[in-house]
Design a protein. Structure first.
Ligand SMILES: C[S@@+](CC[C@H](N)C(=O)[O-])C[C@H]1O[C@@H](n2cnc3c(N)ncnc32)[C@H](O)[C@@H]1O
Length: 329
């Protein structure tokens, strides 16, 4: 995630904007930096990504996984990289402020904040703007117009997703490769770490008839909700549980016969194998002795050393920029 928190705080620091003292404030896609820096009494922070949600909660913030409530004195939006999601957050902010409550929007230049500002300015009069910290912030008067939920998208295979999720409009090529190489003799209890909108879990239930239960662990609240609905619609015969969960910091209190995963490989624009390595370590903790891990990764990412701590590990296939790795605890 590119973080425009300092850009968002800039007009409050220079005195161009003041935090209203007579009502609650909403921050969408909130960060700890933004919540702390705003120095407001009554802030509702919204954060979909569980590791960031937990961080905010630990810092004492009032935090929700999705927007709720209305009549906010001001709503702030920290944009990310996804155009449709940014526009949806703006509409949510506009819908939830009291009449004439300000909507303040910040984003980094590399995430397209300039074009978002132009689109907003074509519809609404901007009351102010500033550029700072490689980002842009602008604000306008909200009008409380209600907004709809994000429109759902249908993906091949009968899956339903929403914009903003990983590979929300198509099956990821890496995940598809992993699905093709999952052995059909997996059995018992299976976990899907970083389950996204549920593609791998559905593939496991369709291919491995001896699997009795599958637990989906996913850090994005919106993705977890899509995954739960997809499992219900596409794998109704298999017991499953979808958990909004940070695999790298929370204790699942369960053990599995097999784990499948396509770990995330970036937090910002750069590839970052540390998250995948943390997820391999989490998978090892969650496997029963002899349990199997099957994962896919971009072929350049160095996961082999982390897999050496398993009793066996090997590459099952390498093609199209991906590799499928298997390991036994
Ligand atoms: C590369 S995507 C794979 C999604 C899905 N398994 C698929 O194959 O389409 C990785 C997923 O891991 C999730 N994720 C990232 N960090 C996580 C964490 N700490 N705990 C659980 N899930 C996480 C992301 O939200 C994302 O949905």
């Amino acid at each position: 995630m590119t973080d425009a928190s300092l850009t968002l705080l800039h007009p409050f620091e220079t005195g161009s904007l003041e935090v209203p003292g007579d009502g609650p404030i909403l921050i969408l896609n909130a960060t700890e930096t933004a919540v702390r820096g705003l120095k407001a009494d009554e802030v509702t922070a919204v954060q979909d990504f569980r590791p960031d949600y937990l961080r905010l909660e630990r810092a004492g913030a009032h935090v929700l996984p999705e927007p709720a409530g209305e009549g906010y004195a001001m709503a702030l939006v920290l944009c990310g990289r996804h155009r449709a999601l940014n526009e949806h957050w703006l509409a949510e902010a506009n819908a939830r402020v009291r009449p004439s409550g300000l909507v303040v929007v910040a984003g980094s230049k590399t995430d397209g904040i300039d074009s978002l500002k132009k689109r907003v300015a074509a519809q609404t009069e901007l009351l102010g703007q500033a550029s700072k910290h490689h980002g842009k912030v602008f604000w306008f008067s909200g009008n409380g117009t209600p907004t709809d939920a994000l429109p759902s998208v249908e993906v091949e295979g009968g899956f339903r997703t929403v914009p903003g999720l990983f590979s929300h409009d198509r099956i990821d090529a890496g995940s598809q490769l992993l699905a093709e190489h999952i052995p059909d003799d997996l059995f018992g209890a299976v976990a899907d770490l970083g389950a996204g909108w549920g593609y791998l879990s559905v593939a496991v239930t369709q291919k491995c008839r001896k699997v009795k239960r599958i637990d989906l662990f996913e850090a994005s609240f919106a993705a977890a909700r899509s995954a739960e609905a997809n499992m219900k619609a596409l794998a109704p015969g298999v017991e499953s549980r979808t958990r909004w969960f940070d695999v790298t910091s929370e204790d699942a209190k369960a053990l599995y016969d097999a784990i499948v995963m396509n770990p995330p490989f970036h937090t910002g624009r750069k590839g970052d194998p540390d998250i995948g390595i943390a997820m391999i370590e989490a998978a090892k903790q969650l496997l029963k002795p002899g349990g199997k891990l099957l994962m896919v990764a971009n072929s350049h990412l160095p996961y082999e050393a982390a897999l050496k701590s398993f009793s066996q590990s090997r590459e099952l296939v390498r093609t199209g920029g991906f590799k499928v790795l298997g390991a036994r605890k």
